[in-house]
Design a protein around this ligand. Structure first.
Ligand code: ADP
Length: 730
């Protein structure tokens, strides 16, 4: 085992290096300058932190993100590596104390804001200590062609040049365009650097495009299933952020918001609440995210389509930095195209419009493509993916349905004509829907032959078709603030010839639907109840130590604990991300919590943890073999003939929990005969109720069914109904 491998295991608690890490480390240790181009979450930090520990002197890390420094230093101190930071947030006395400590060689790694490089005192200090390496994080900031140019980055080369002894220089970025790469090498004076590009792919991210009839309802359904996970919901405008925040905070969700119209104080507080898991959901404009390295963001939803794929990938890429599965969902509506075109027209520079339109068209194509979404993104960034289908994006997991909307289009176009092409999409929709508003009556639109001819559709569906006709060029939007709908000549082809119009819609494949694709915890292979327990414990421990929860343990570490139930020192140290220091600090409380859970739930560890530790060492073992789901324990007892009440008693769990375990097993297709606990005579009645109020929520069904029908009956038949419906569709 090399020294680097030993440190990776001992301090960071990781078994293996990730792609590219070891190569960069080895080149640094051979005193060669390095440039590492790796996507967010790839693990750039370890590439300089491990050599920093091995090299004799100090490593200075230049980082532009002041808000990140504390977290980075906290993380290092947590695993036992002496580190500090110097930036404008330090009080004068803390600053002096830190300088004193630096003189006494207390630290191995010092994070520095680039602006400090203008301070003479600081530069003098640098010449009094032994600096082995200068690391430049977010190195694209040196280039005007990067998206985040910082003039102070231009000082770095000079400072290095004026040091008594030239240290090794290593630079890292996630931006890979050739021009930025050349700038980094030239402007930082890297000397024949070893350059490594690992590629843009983020295999743990599941990309999906959704075109919901109602975006708020989509968010509401999604949050209902995933409210305990951390996630960001990006919106195009401050107004939408405010409105969504109001709506969901008032429903009791632990939500925060962030946009440029808020005071700095409020923004900082909300950002901290999110990072420290005091709130889970962040509604934000694109002003939020720079300087966030929270690793346990499990989803990023875009409420509106952003202006280009660069922004999209950067924002979506804030999820899943810990390597755990995460969802990136873009809620597309055709009105987003119109809004983005409008925004481009508002910008002054004529020259850029062409590029902006090209980029906009690329992201529109992304939203409409039938190809694998991951492949599309990678190709956009100039890579040649080795796969055709990732089998993990909404396109790979769905089929396309083509619908003839000729009649609907005729209705819409003739309605616009009958309203004399003088109104916007809102009023046209209201007339087609048959709204009873006084405005419509007073204008006499309720007398039009097109009034109410699309009453069976939702307003969102009507608008979606209108925007489709706009993007296809049949209708034109005229005017800035209150655009009105005007017919283009091509509309006549639909109205007066036999021209047909088709719209493509995606249908998710059955397997994913049955699993409940909007539930990001659907594919779990760990004990979800224990995860909740440990998540609460992690938050308490973090609060006590004034650090962010993801710094105590990542989601990945917690999930492994919930899969392997470690209850000894050796077993806990086997968990990914648990190094010796973290074990010493938190091992006991976590082991105690796991032991209590195991006892309360009668989990038989003698079978189970031995198998898991074994399988952990042999990474190729099928995941299914390791499934340690509490519902399976319930299932086994039920199959052994125990009644639900007996299981409740023996597992010390409440009846709804046990019922849920059994229903989940039934839903997932396990062989289970629930009929003895279900009243099958209610089937017809429940099916009728489903046809009436839908099956998204059980409560409305319970409300209209006789009291004798239990939730278990309803839930069982909802699952059966869905299964039958899917089979019919197939
Ligand atoms: P980047 O700076 O490239 O965005 P980070 O350095 O923040 O990424 O690393 C992202 C996450 O991956 C962190 O939680 C880190 O601890 C984890 N990580 C890094 N290297 C490894 C590894 N070899 N094995 C497992 N996890 C790793």
């Amino acid at each position: 085992m090399t020294k680097s491998q030993e440190l990776l295991k001992k301090y960071f608690g990781y078994e293996n290096f990730r792609n590219g890490q070891e190569e960069i480390i080895n080149h640094i240790l051979e005193s060669q300058d390095c440039l590492g181009i790796m996507p967010t979450g790839a693990g750039k930090s370890i590439c300089y932190q491990i050599p920093a520990m091995i090299l004799p002197g100090v490593t200075i890390v230049i980082s532009p993100l002041i808000s990140l420094m504390k977290d980075q230093v906290d993380s290092l101190n947590q695993i036992g590596i002496p580190a500090t930071f110097i930036n404008s947030t330090l009080s004068y006395s803390d600053y002096s104390q830190t300088l004193e400590n630096i003189k006494h060689n207390i630290y191995k790694i010092i994070y520095v804001a680039p602006e400090r490089l203008n301070s003479e005192t600081f530069i003098n200090l640098l010449n009094t200590i032994d600096i082995s390496m200068f690391t430049i994080d977010e190195a694209h900031c040196v280039s005007q062609w990067g998206h985040d140019f910082r003039p102070s980055y231009r000082e770095i080369a000079n400072v290095i040049l004026n040091l008594k002894k030239r240290p090794i220089v290593s630079a890292f970025t996630a931006t890979a365009t050739q021009i930025v790469k050349d700038d980094i090498i030239n402007l930082l004076h890297l000397s024949e650097p070893f350059t490594l590009t690992t590629g843009f792919d983020r295999a743990n991210l599941n990309f999906s495009i959704k075109i919901p009839d109602n975006k708020n309802k989509f968010i509401s359904d999604f949050l209902e299933k995933n409210s305990k996970s951390s996630g960001i919901i990006y919106c195009a405008t401050r107004k939408t952020v405010d409105a969504l925040f109001e709506e969901f905070a008032s429903l009791g969700y632990a939500a925060s918001k962030y946009h440029g119209g808020m005071s700095e104080k409020a923004r900082t507080k909300n950002q901290e609440d999110f990072v420290y898991d005091r709130s889970n959901i962040m509604f934000a404009t694109n002003a939020f995210g720079m300087g966030i390295d929270k690793s346990n963001i499990r989803y990023v939803i875009h409420y509106n389509m952003p202006k280009d794929l660069e922004s999209y990938y950067q924002e979506a890429g804030r999820s899943g930095r810990d390597g755990d599965n995460s969802n990136c969902i873009l809620l597309f509506s055709r009105s987003d195209i119109v809004t983005n075109k409008f925004l481009i027209e508002q910008t002054p520079s004529e020259n850029n419009h062409k590029i902006e339109y090209e980029k906009l068209n690329d992201i529109i194509d992304y939203c409409n493509t039938d190809k694998c979404l991951r492949k599309y993104i990678l190709e956009y960034f100039g890579e040649i993916p080795l796969f055709d289908n990732c089998e993990n994006c909404s396109n790979c997991l769905s089929t396309t349905e083509i619908t003839d909307i000729t009649t609907d289009s005729k209705k819409i176009l003739s309605c616009i004509k009958r309203m004399h092409e003088r109104f916007g999409s809102g009023l046209v929709t209201d007339v087609l829907k048959g709204s009873k508003s006084s405005k419509i009556k007073s204008m006499g639109f309720d007398k039009l032959s097109t009034y109410g001819i699309m009453s069976e559709y939702s307003k969102d569906t009507i608008k979606d078709i209108i925007y489709f006709l706009i993007t296809e060029g049949y209708i034109k939007c005229v005017g800035d603030k209150y655009p009105i709908l005007v017919l283009n000549n091509s509309a006549n082809d639909i109205l007066f010839t036999n021209k047909q119009v088709f719209i493509k819609r995606k249908i998710e494949k059955i397997s994913k639907l049955e699993k409940g694709s909007s539930n990001i915890l659907a594919d779990i292979d760990y004990d979800a109840n224990l995860f909740e327990t440990l998540r609460v414990l992690r938050k308490e421990v973090a609060e006590k130590n004034s650090i962010a929860p993801f710094i105590v343990f990542t989601d990945v570490s917690l999930k492994e604990m919930c899969k392997y139930f470690p209850v000894t020192k050796e077993e806990l140290l086997n968990i990914s991300g648990v190094g010796i220091n973290k074990f010493e600090n938190y091992g006991e409380v976590f082991i105690n919590s796991i032991k209590t859970y195991v006892a309360e739930n009668n989990i038989d560890l003698s079978n189970f943890s031995k198998k898991s530790i074994l399988s952990k060492k042999n990474k190729n073992t099928s995941i299914n073999q390791n499934k340690v789901d509490t519902k399976i324990l319930t299932y086994n007892m039920y199959q052994d003939g125990k009644s639900i009440n007996e299981i409740c008693e023996s597992r010390a769990l409440k009846r709804p929990t046990i019922e849920n375990h059994l229903l989940k097993c039934f839903e997932e297709g396990l062989d289970i005969k629930l009929e003895k606990d279900i009243n099958i005579n209610f089937k017809d009645e429940i099916y009728k109720a489903i046809e009436k109020v839908g099956y998204e929520k059980l409560r409305p069904l319970k409300d209209i069914l006789p009291d004798a029908v239990t939730y278990l009956d309803i839930h069982y038949f909802v699952i059966l109904y869905k299964k039958e419906k899917m089979i019919n569709m197939a």
